[in-house]
Design a protein around this ligand. Structure first.
Ligand SMILES: Cc1ncc(COP(=O)(O)O)c(C=O)c1O
Length: 390
């Protein structure tokens, strides 16, 4: 049986990590992998996470299953963080998932059960979006989102495409810190998106994977809060991987927002049934850490402080990047106004490969850069090498 299988292409980003590791040059720079890095190039464990883990180590008295729904206290506290006052005003149901990826998959499975056949994904997007939705069995349709050469959101074309969606379709939106472009929507634009989806009877699926990395915890959720306050139903897929630095703990949640509690309960019951026949129950540790941090004012303050430092570092690097690149590419002035870890540089594949071979600067051939991969001291020199391509 196995001999008859065809080989699958390696994940391009994981392959890039391998190439970077093998490069012996001391001044190599990794702008590829999508995790936060500090000035020393490390992906640190948050102080508050360490503190919460110590509390859990001492206090945990069982490793019994936590149930299909997951940790309900985690879900309540996370929903407060994500939904704020808007979240408290709507009927909602949450299920803990293995990471944001697990949440996206359950969202797709639920939409299919609810009769959806198609999901609209803005282009470009995180490549795994289309992969997850197609694997679940949804048809993936695309809408234009971003023009790389001019670094602008193609808002009119996005709305035009979503206006052509059919009732019962699903539309994916990035909550904040768009991956790969970093391009934000204004609140007015969010309102137009929400009105368009409501008018067409399209279910919004909002992917919130970087809350706190863009403008701030509340600011990064403002668009989605507007959506859930103005449409009858929505799905929100949350990843705690970046915001709490819990990548490998596989911590996330899917929230269904409904017009009434009965509908939210039905969504929860189906999400739990779908989880049961997939991974069954979620892992506990990461959710227990988040629950502990969000349940303790001092830990929450310390976590927020550390997140603010990370965001400030990214903002500083964005300013340095725009300053170093706008001479060669005036459009890249926009990098400073973009948010989160990623921007999409208008480089050709040949230019990306030249940076790799001549200067040991690593990024995927799409030109997506993880800005947090830069060290402040080296930013100017790296930008000079990129600018010299033109
Ligand atoms: C846009 C986006 N959504 C969701 C995820 C899922 O993250 P995880 O499954 O690691 O929580 C990622 C991870 O890179 C992402 O970039």
């Amino acid at each position: 049986m196995f001999n008859a299988l065809s080989r699958q292409p390696d994940d391009a980003l994981l392959a890039l990590i391998g190439l970077y590791k093998q490069d012996p040059r001391a001044d190599k720079v990794d702008l590829g992998v999508g995790v936060y890095r500090d000035e020393e190039g490390r992906t640190p464990v948050f102080r508050a996470v360490k503190a919460a883990e110590r509390i859990l180590l001492d206090g945990q008295d069982s490793k019994a299953y936590i149930g299909l729904e997951g940790d309900t206290v985690y879900l309540d506290r996370l929903w407060t963080l994500v939904g704020g006052e808007a979240g408290a005003r709507v009927a909602s149901a949450g299920v803990q998932t293995p990471g944001g990826s697990g949440a996206l998959r359950l969202a797709a499975d639920l939409a299919l059960r609810g009769g959806a056949t198609r999901i609209w994904v803005g282009m470009p997007s995180w490549p795994n979006h289309a992969g997850i939705f197609a694997a679940a069995g949804l048809e993936v349709a695309t809408y234009p989102f971003f023009d790389t050469a001019t670094q602008t959101v193609l808002f009119d074309r996005m709305i035009e495409a979503l206006d052509g969606a059919e009732p019962g379709d699903v539309a994916l939106l990035h909550g904040s810190c768009h991956n790969p472009t970093g391009a934000p929507l204004s609140l007015d634009q969010w309102a137009t998106v929400a009105a368009t989806l409501e008018k067409r009877g399209v279910l919004p699926l909002i992917d919130l994977a970087y809350q706190g990395f863009g403008r701030g915890l509340d600011e990064d959720a403002a668009g989605l809060r507007h959506v859930i306050a103005s449409v009858p139903e929505a799905l929100v897929a949350v990843s705690s991987s970046k915001s709490f630095g819990l990548y490998r703990e596989r911590t996330g949640a899917i929230f269904a927002v409904a017009a009434a509690a009965g509908a939210a309960d039905l969504a929860r019951s189906n999400l739990m049934a779908l989880a049961r026949t997939s991974y069954s129950m979620p892992p506990d540790h990461g959710a227990a850490v988040v629950r502990t941090i969000l349940g303790d004012a001092a830990l929450t303050r310390d976590w927020t402080d550390e997140l603010n430092v990370m965001r400030a570092r990214i903002e500083g690097l964005r300013r340095a990047m725009a300053a170093g690149l706008r001479g060669a590419w005036p459009a890249l002035d926009a990098v400073e106004r973009q948010e989160g870890m990623f921007s999409l540089l208008p480089l050709t594949e040949a230019e990306v490969l030249r940076l790799r071979s001549e200067h040991a600067i690593y990024m995927p051939t799409s030109g997506r850069v993880n800005i947090a991969g830069l060290k402040t001291a080296e930013a100017e020199a790296v930008m000079a090498k990129i600018a010299a391509l033109r």
